[in-house]
Design a protein around this ligand. Structure first.
Ligand code: ADP
Ligand code: MG
Length: 405
């Protein structure tokens, strides 16, 4: 039998009882005859002693901390977690070995705090598997060619699991978390969101890109390259979860029908809308290029861009607002700024051009008296900008309109 990679997020490791469930999952898989590679995140969430956010809070000002040293600090969370997990397996009588990301052969670039995996050298992991051991790898981390430890950014353990899955040519990568799978919306906000039983890589990639944090977009992109089946499921329930695949290859006995119009609805918070209007009715044509170049020069990422001759609208993350104001001031322009906005995205393959979709979205929002600040679309998503306080109601209204429940 082949290799299965099983990743457990912080929410699955936040208490002894939860970790026990995770350990049971691994043992079940080993007993079924598979070689198992476990990828673990740091234990728990902010406030828990060794969670990533707790470690970040150990330094007074994370933003001003040397990024290489911050990564040294953050590596500790997953290393502790891997050793603890491996020890649990040993206590249950299973041979196991804990490895750091570096020891597992994860080589990254030098973008500390947000490093990208360049390659994986799976030799050491394979040798341990050959010797019958369960290999427990610290997620979210790697090492540069020069030997500095790095971290992969938010959702990085998903990426570690995917990269190992690809490098080891695994039969399956399983992402275990605290919900039953990928749902039609975040179940914390839309209570009756439904678990997607099967989905394509493209669908899940798009949901992740638009904010569904249940899996990281980069993980899906990696795994898609080799068509390795991916399952997202709960550590704590027996629900089969969401199977992500292209087709019924690689032993996954499911055929995907691409006839679903809407896959799900996602959101992103903490946005501000910027509207730059021309002075005295002149056209902004000349200023357009200057504005966008100045934003890029200040490393400000902008979205939701809408350009007309006398008006430019876009959104920025609230953390960049100070920089944006400075750019606008330096260009002697004036802007209307609406803070506390959120973007709601309706995600589905090929929704552009299908008549009536926008009408249903608008109808759903208008019925609830929700103000639409801006909309835009692509082939796979329609985005609506609303006030943050309306976001939850907007998600529920649209979810209901498309009868996703
Ligand atoms: P982990 O600690 O396992 O990595 P995360 O917190 O990163 O867990 O991801 C799981 C969470 O993702 C869920 O608790 C849920 O609130 C959130 N989530 C957001 N959108 C979705 C969605 N469409 N389907 C399922 N979960 C979602
Ligand atoms: Mg996660």
């Amino acid at each position: 039998m082949g290799i299965i990679v099983q990743k457990f997020g912080g929410s699955s490791l936040s208490s002894g009882k939860r970790t026990k469930k995770a350990v049971e999952r691994v043992i079940e898989t080993k007993k079924a005859g598979h070689s198992v590679v476990v990828v673990v995140s740091a234990m728990g969430r902010e406030g828990d002693p060794y969670a990533t956010d707790t470690l970040i809070n150990l330094v007074n000002s994370p933003k001003d901390t040397d990024s290489r040293e911050l990564d040294l600090l953050l590596n500790c969370g997953e290393i502790i977690s891997a050793v603890v997990f491996s020890q649990h397996l040993k206590n249950e009588g299973y041979e196991s070995v804990a490895l750091t990301g570096a020891q597992a052969g994860i080589i990254t670039d030098e973008s500390f705090n947000e490093a990208r995996i360049l390659k994986v050298n799976p030799e050491r992991v394979l040798n341990h598997l050959k010797n019958g051991k369960i290999v427990v790898v610290s997620g979210f981390q790697g090492i540069t060619e020069k030997g500095d430890l790095t971290t992969l950014g938010r959702g990085g353990s998903d990426t570690t699991a995917a990269a190992l899955g690809v490098a080891l040519n695994a039969d399956l990568v399983e992402i275990f978390t605290d919900v039953d799978g990928v749902k039609t919306a975040d179940p914390n906000i839309v209570k009756d969101a439904k678990t997607l039983k099967v989905a394509t890589y493209d669908e899940i990639c798009e949901l992740a890109r638009q904010g569904a944090k249940v899996i990281h977009q980069r993980a899906v992109e990696l795994i898609r390259q080799k068509n390795i089946p991916l399952k997202i499921r709960s550590t704590f329930t027996d629900d089969p979860g969401t199977l992500v695949t292209h087709s019924n290859g690689n032993g996954a006995e499911v055929e995907i029908k691409n006839d679903r119009l809407i896959t799900g609805i996602t959101y992103m918070r903490d946005l501000s809308q910027i509207v730059i209007k021309s002075n005295k009715g002149e056209c902004l044509t000349k200023s357009q290029l200057i504005i966008f170049k100045a934003m890029a020069k200040s490393h400000i990422s902008i979205d939701f861009i809408s350009i007309s001759p006398c008006e430019i609208k876009f959104t920025v993350n609230e953390k960049d607002l100070k920089k944006v104001k400075k750019v606008i001031e330096d260009l002697s322009l004036s802007a209307e700024i609406t803070k506390d906005c959120a973007m709601v995205s309706v995600v589905g393959a090929n929704i552009r051009g299908i008549p009536g979709i926008m009408a249903r979205i608008v109808e759903g929002l208008v019925e609830k008296g929700i103000q639409i600040l801006q909309t835009t679309d692509s082939y796979t998503s329609i985005w609506v900008l609303v006030k943050k306080q309306d976001m939850a109601e907007a998600l529920n209204a649209i979810h209901e309109k498309f009868e996703l429940c």
